[in-house]
Design a protein around this ligand. Sequence first.
Ligand SMILES: Nc1ncnc2c1ncn2[C@@H]1O[C@H](COP(=O)(O)OP(=O)(O)OP(=O)(O)O)[C@@H](O)[C@H]1O
Length: 258
Amino acid sequence: MSLLDVKEVTKTFGGLTAVSDVTMHLEENELVALIGPNGAGKTTLFNLLTGVITPTEGVIALQTDNGLQTLNKVKPYKVAQAGLARTFQNIRLFKELTVLDNVLIAMTAKNKEGFLESIFRLPSFYRKEEALKQQAVDLLKIFGMEDQLDVLASNLPYGAQRRLEIVRALATKPKILFLDEPAAGMNPEETADLTRLIRQIQNDFHITVLLIEHDMSLVMDIAQRIYVLEYGKLIAEGTPAEIQQNKRVIQAYLGGDD
Ligand SMILES: Nc1ncnc2c1ncn2[C@@H]1O[C@H](COP(=O)(O)OP(=O)(O)OP(=O)(O)O)[C@@H](O)[C@H]1O
């Protein structure tokens, strides 16, 4: 039994089949990439896996501490509680909040304070708040952002905003982290830093990472397994070396007739 099992999942929008009969799996502590040409259905598949949209057909099931949980028709916040966290293609930070507050909000969404504790500001409330703050700072340190705790998210350079998005997703302590084009818009140096970080968080947090990425050197460098989508269908699965030599994949990227 895999950590996440996707069985024959299809998503149609009117007459368009964006994701067609996709079966895939994610194992614990794996780093997997999802690639494919523009419009192949990658983001739609991400949205299905994270509960943003529901499948037209098929089953998505997550192995949890309480047994197998079907994620079809489960609201995104419930999916997040089940242990799935994601970043988006377009940055979605609270731009007018500080770096630290962006992370704290993600943490408190999962750590509900007792009502009386927070209303009366009991000592236990402050102790928990301090502990959460320390955890947030520790996370930000890993990402080299400990000197930017009080900076407004909107004032961060682009690469740092993308890193903060990942910290925020990690703050929910996910089992699976979904990264949607994390290196988009980054320069080569930032991309190299990010590659190192993704590897590090997979190891340090012992989590599974699924990433959509157009930067093939990043994908081939860090992915243990790769799924390739074309026109909504999975056309290949394998190690980076296998995918690089796969004729069907080469054709999908370069176009032309066989
Ligand atoms: N909400 C929607 N309504 C109608 N069509 C949609 C919707 N979302 C996606 N599509 C269509 O589904 C197909 C797959 O889109 P998707 O964004 O998933 O591809 P992608 O592989 O992520 O592309 P890119 O690499 O360009 O981000 C496209 O033809 C897109 O126009």
